[in-house]
Design a protein around this ligand. Structure first.
Ligand code: XUL
Length: 508
């Protein structure tokens, strides 16, 4: 590595906290030189959040205070300076954030709404129905925007705000996503969006990568002037503002468009070419596959988003990810190692016992009121319940991502729970393919740092191919788990039963 390598900062504002990765890079190699994570509940208790969201009496309404995200960014810069690293060669900063959440600002940058609805909010089904009808049906909406109307998507959330708080909507000059809001704070003016995060709004037309007039009209009056522009993902959106430079003594780094955490994680796990797949086991579980062309008729269960490479990604999202695994762990008073032991003690297929673990309202399939179904499974069977939740989740992920038409030769697993080998074994056996873990659980912030590096080189007219970037970062798998033939056959059988049971539970 050169004596003074270029430094790239990648940030990720997730549901529960803010993470950062500092990458040192020269032409041949890149290495992570610093990471830091903070939890909103612990670092900023004055906002009163629990797991990053405000307590609510209605489980469908899930809000967070946007000021908390901005304050967390300051805490992160302070921690970076405290690290004592020489930051004089900090070249570029990028970031990612939980998708879909919206931030409402007046012309002077102050908040016209002091809360932001986030992706866990499921309170806008009426708005989804109204938007779907206004644009001429679910298929037309999905063909244009990449998704049917989803309660957590920004368009339905904006419509609800427009209808229920008209004065505050009138007072709003700009509606940002969490990603473009934080980028805006860094550059000291309104930052644009890029297609990866903008496609999570039910407002962007995939064909033009611009706002779709019919969707804007169906959502709220006067929306056009309130939305940021959409620019390519590798755009330099500005320079770190004077106030940040003066306060933290950092150089005028380029700020690259921020994106959503899922597009960012793709790059952060080294997935940059068509036909690859990532399963992320985080607060939510997600399955993402890279595709050159978006499928023409996206199936109801998934979404098409822009990928940071300029390609497309299919994504299916499960709200009952870690949230649900933690519920089962806590219900039986286990720690993670006991949870793992319980998994190891039970056979693949769990003697036909199944669980549909909808502890919170589920996104895939849509289940609006929380309910947990156990099939042939006793409530007090500890090991049986542990295996049933993991198998239930893995079978659902495989079943509901078939629409992408991506047949991977290997799956990249990331997210906090990907350190659990027993869980990865279930993943490998259900899909029947090899599972390889990423080198880091900070896939989204690492992806942001890699995007900063990539865009900085493009801006310097010395571009590096994405494949070179991920190779230089040494994104070698940390663990490889192989599928077992017999277990895969068991799951193929169980999958049919699970699909039938799910259809029956949802009324056909
Ligand atoms: C994606 C989604 C979640 C959030 C989590 O559609 O809703 O994965 O991005 O941060």
């Amino acid at each position: 590595m050169a004596a003074h390598p270029a430094l790239y900062l990648g940030l990720d504002a997730s549901t529960q906290g803010l993470g950062a990765v500092l990458l040192a890079a020269d032409d041949e190699r890149a290495e992570v030189v610093w990471t830091h994570d903070l939890s909103y509940d612990e670092a900023l208790p004055q906002f009163g959040t629990v797991r990053g969201v405000l307590p609510s009496t209605d489980p469908a309404v899930v809000l967070s205070p946007p000021q908390m995200w901005e304050d967390a960014l300051h805490l992160m810069f302070a921690a970076l300076v405290r690290s004592g690293l020489d930051l004089s060669n900090l070249r570029a900063i990028s970031g990612s954030a939980q998708q879909h959440g919206s931030v409402y600002l007046r012309a002077d940058g102050t908040f016209s709404r002091d809360v932001s609805p986030v992706w866990l909010d499921s309170s806008t089904q009426d708005e989804c129905d109204a938007i779907t009808e206004a644009v001429g049906g679910a298929d037309r909406l999905a063909r244009h925007t990449g998704s049917r109307a989803y309660a957590r998507f920004t368009g339905p959330q904006i419509r609800k705000f427009f209808e229920t708080e008209p004065a505050a909507y009138a007072d709003t000059a700009r509606i940002h996503l969490v990603s473009s809001f934080l980028a805006s704070r860094l550059i000291g003016s309104h930052a644009p969006l890029e297609p990866g995060d903008a496609s999570g709004m039910n407002l962007m037309d995939l064909a033009t990568r611009n706002w779709w007039p019919d969707a804007m009209q169906a959502t709220a009056v006067g929306l056009e002037g309130r939305l940021p522009a959409i620019v390519p993902s590798n755009t330099v959106v500005g320079t770190l503002a004077d106030s940040w430079r003066a306060r933290y003594g950092v150089p005028p780094a380029r700020v690259i468009a921020w994106t959503g955490d899922n597009p960012s994680s793709l790059v952060g796990t080294g997935v940059v070419t068509e036909g690859q797949m990532v399963v992320s086991l985080g607060t939510s579980d997600t399955v993402c596959g890279v595709m050159r062309e978006p499928p023409v008729h996206p199936h109801g269960a998934g979404h098409v988003f822009g990928a940071p490479t300029g390609d497309w990604m299919g994504i299916t999202v499960f709200a009952n990810g870690s949230l649900a695994r933690e519920r089962v762990r806590d219900e039986f008073g286990l720690n993670w190692s006991q949870f793992s032991n319980a998994l190891a003690q039970t056979p693949p297929g769990n003697h036909g016992r199944l669980m549909f673990p909808w502890f919170v309202p589920e996104i895939t399939p849509v289940v609006s009121a929380p309910r947990v179904h156990r099939v042939r499974l006793a409530d007090d069977d500890v090991a049986g319940n542990v295996r049933a939740i993991v198998e239930g989740q893995m079978l659902a992920m495989a079943r509901h991502s078939r629409w992408m038409g991506v047949t991977p030769t290997a799956i990249r697993a990331t997210g906090g729970a990907s350190v659990n080998r027993d869980l990865l074994q279930v993943m490998a056996d259900v899909w029947g393919v090899l599972v390889a873990t990423g080198p880091s659980s900070n896939a989204a912030s690492l992806g942001a740092a890699l995007r900063a590096w990539h865009a900085d080189r493009v801006a310097d007219d010395a571009p590096l191919a994405w494949t070179t970037i991920v190779e230089a970062a040494g994104l070698e798998p940390a663990t490889i788990v192989r599928p077992r033939r017999e277990a895969h056959a068991t799951y193929a059988q169980l999958q049919q039963e699970a699909a039938r049971d799910e259809a029956a539970l949802l009324g056909g």
